[in-house]
Design a protein around this ligand. Structure first.
Ligand code: NYM
Length: 252
């Protein structure tokens, strides 16, 4: 891969969509295929900022909604240069959640009085405000969105242990992910909207050095092996061949 760099692959989804299982399965498969891979996860709870996020998610601390949103973003920025170095060195970066979760979860918080009445739902934080702090982060080459109905996610073990793990909130998060996928696919970052039945990410990448981001929707309600096989098909050619494209800047 002399003049090429490795790809940046992000896995997104609702809580209990199987992201963590799938991300580590994908890492094992990539490594078995001889592809150097670094597994990352956001929030990264090991840093000082990550520890503040961890205690907020476990409800052992309270933070203003704006503050926690900015901490999630700062947690990505503190690892942005590491991501770029790894990609340039030829290590594929496989990341469990990224800026898309940042928007989807924060923008799905609503003003309490509007949640159970016939009033219009009022978001606490505007969508554009939520997106702003992540503008300019290293852009992934492909986002694999594990799609699952909140009712099904709820039946999986561990649901409800952390803040945000409530069915109504997850339903709003899913809608926002849908919006982000559509907007990201139709933005200048990605001229070709995609789905899991389309050609693989590598096949869709244009060869002219243009910045691209593919949003691939995967049905996460299927069994673990089927989902894993679909993810593999979506990323293997890209991970094997690398890419000539410079690392993009998210939404910049
Ligand atoms: N989350 C995650 C956010 O609210 N904003 C973010 O920027 C990120 C990366 O943290 N409910 C939420 C989504 C999850 C929670 O994630 C913890 P995980 O993958 O369960 O550790």
């Amino acid at each position: 891969m002399s003049s090429k760099r490795a790809p940046f692959i992000v896995i997104e989804g609702l809580d209990r969509s199987g992201k963590t299982t799938q991300t580590s399965l994908l890492q094992s498969k990539l490594e078995s295929a001889g592809i150097a891979t670094k597994l990352m996860k956001f929030p990264d709870r090991t840093t000082t900022i990550g520890q503040m996020i961890d205690s907020y998610l476990k409800s052992t601390s309270e933070l203003d909604d704006h503050v926690i949103h900015l901490l999630f973003s700062a947690n990505r920025w503190e690892l942005a240069s590491t991501i770029e170095s790894l990609l340039n060195e030829g290590t594929t970066v496989l990341c469990d959640r990224y800026a898309f979760s940042g928007i989807a979860f924060s923008a799905s918080k609503i003003v309490a009085s509007s949640s159970s009445s016939a009033d219009p739902v009022v978001p606490k934080l505007p969508f554009e405000w939520c997106r702003a702090p992540d503008i300019g982060l290293p852009a992934p080459d492909v986002v694999l969105f594990l799609d699952i109905a909140p009712e099904q996610a709820k039946q999986r073990g561990g649901f409800g242990e952390e803040r945000y793990e409530k069915e109504e909130m997850q339903a709003r998060v899913r809608k926002l992910f849908e919006r982000i996928g559509e907007e990201t696919s139709s933005s200048s970052l990605n001229p070709s909207p995609s789905s899991s039945s389309s050609p693989t990410a590598a096949e869709r990448l244009p060869q002219d050095g243009r910045n691209t981001l593919d949003w691939v929707i995967v049905d996460a309600g299927k069994d673990v092996e089927s989902v894993s096989a679909e993810l593999w098909d979506a990323v293997y050619p890209l991970a094997r061949d690398g890419t000539n494209h410079p690392i993009g800047k998210l939404w910049a």
